[in-house]
Design a protein around this ligand. Structure first.
Ligand SMILES: NC(=O)c1ccc[n+]([C@@H]2O[C@H](COP(=O)([O-])OP(=O)(O)OC[C@H]3O[C@@H](n4cnc5c(N)ncnc54)[C@H](OP(=O)(O)O)[C@@H]3O)[C@@H](O)[C@H]2O)c1
Length: 360
């Protein structure tokens, strides 16, 4: 039995590192045995952790005995919700955000603030990042006062931002070179699933670190996939968002077409919701789009970034994606009109505009 005063109570040592990486946390171990967590191995080698049983046993409040100290870099729409969930589930969380004022809401919930990314990593065995794009992800790691200044043996860094595989690999290589462990773990799901702990986590990289993070992933998400080598999580996320961004465009065109041809767009949504192409995105976004309401859950600028990165992945692999390329143009147009900070469904405004406002 070992107690690490600086980073919390540790009960079993499985691998010795400078800061004790590989130590099994009290909360996690008891949780795992209580929960009878199962893992299903798929032909591709992916693993899915099943968390429903854990959730049921945790009860409505979800309070569990956990003593894991986690750093969190980036308190935007997603990061704020995710860090809040960790706090609610008993994790001790040290936060950092470029715009410092955004830390205060988390402090009110019990978080402490690290002055720089390096200061957070110096304090926490595990640090999660949830940042806007590749340039932010790289800056927080490589710039002055960045993650690399304090990463080392026994420390885990988990980047949950949506970036391309090259960005992820660059971070992974440097973290590993300094003795740390790294996984990428982008998420599928938006603001509400983040608030509800219902994300789908697409992890890849160091399997030992992934295993250590499963209890935290169980809090943040409803499923986590381990997809193998670095880059696979990033690529999977980009493919998913390429499909999602592409789907938003025909929905917008359909709403326009229904309206222009004298039909009720709301009735179109009702019809869609009862058929084979019903999906939560159409159901959630459709009515808000008809009202011109684009409060950002997933900012359009990030959707366009994901289309751009997915198209680059298509270039690398010589995959022709004309539909996605057209959708990307609509998102670019929307950004050029100043709609980047609105929800990605605001692309409807561009489609409406292109359709013309007069009578045929
Ligand atoms: N929103 C969604 O529905 C959703 C769903 C799945 C995945 N994602 C992905 O998750 C990531 C975060 O998304 P979000 O919606 O939370 O975005 P967001 O609200 O725009 O937050 C972005 C975060 O990145 C920080 N940031 C931006 N540039 C930075 C830089 N150069 N240096 C340091 N920090 C920087 C921001 O800091 P400031 O506060 O100082 O600006 C903020 O904390 C993105 O990669 C996105 O694609 C989003």
């Amino acid at each position: 039995m070992i107690r690490d005063k600086k980073r919390g109570k540790i009960v079993k040592k499985s691998r010795i590192g400078r800061r004790g990486r590989g130590f099994v946390l009290r909360g996690r171990r008891s949780l795992a045995s209580r929960l009878n967590t199962t893992e299903q191995v798929y032909p591709s080698g992916c693993c899915v952790s099943h968390t429903e049983e854990r959730r049921e046993r945790a009860g409505a409040g979800g309070a569990e005995e956990v003593e894991m100290e986690v750093g969190f870099l980036g308190l935007g729409i997603m990061g704020k919700a995710m860090a809040t969930n960790l706090l609610r589930h008993g994790y001790r969380v040290t936060v950092w955000n470029r715009t410092t004022a955004k830390c205060q809401e988390l402090v009110a919930l019990g978080a402490t603030v690290g002055e720089t990314p390096a200061a957070v990593v110096a304090k926490c065995r595990y640090t999660i990042a949830m940042l806007s794009d590749p340039s932010a992800a790289l800056s927080v790691v490589f710039d002055k006062d960045g993650v690399l200044e304090q990463i080392g043996d026994g420390i885990g860094y988990i980047d949950m931002s949506t970036v391309d595989a090259a960005t992820s690999s660059k971070i992974s290589e440097e973290v590993k070179r300094k003795g740390g462990a790294f996984i990428e773990a982008p998420v599928s799901g938006s603001k509400k699933p983040a608030e509800d702990g219902q994300l789908v986590i697409l992890a890849a990289g160091d399997k030992t670190l992934y295993d250590e993070m499963v209890p935290a992933f169980d809090v943040l998400g409803k499923k986590s996939f381990f997809l193998g080598e670095i880059g696979n999580g990033a690529k999977m996320k980009l493919v998913v968002n390429m499909i999602m961004g592409s789907m938003m465009n025909p929905l917008s065109e359909g709403l326009c077409l229904a309206d222009k041809s004298g039909l009720s767009a709301q009735t179109l949504l009702d019809v869609l919701d009862l058929g084979a192409i019903a999906n939560p995105m159409f159901k959630l976004k459709g009515p808000a789009m008809l009202q011109g309401s684009y409060s950002p859950a997933f900012p359009l600028k990030h959707q366009q970034k994901d289309m751009r990165l997915a198209l680059a992945l298509g270039d690398e692999n010589a995959v022709s994606m004309p539909v996605s390329a057209a959708a990307n143009e609509a998102f670019k147009k929307a950004r050029s009109l100043g709609l980047g900070d609105l929800d990605f469904s605001a692309v409807y405004e561009v489609v409406k505009d292109a359709g013309g406002s007069g009578q045929a």
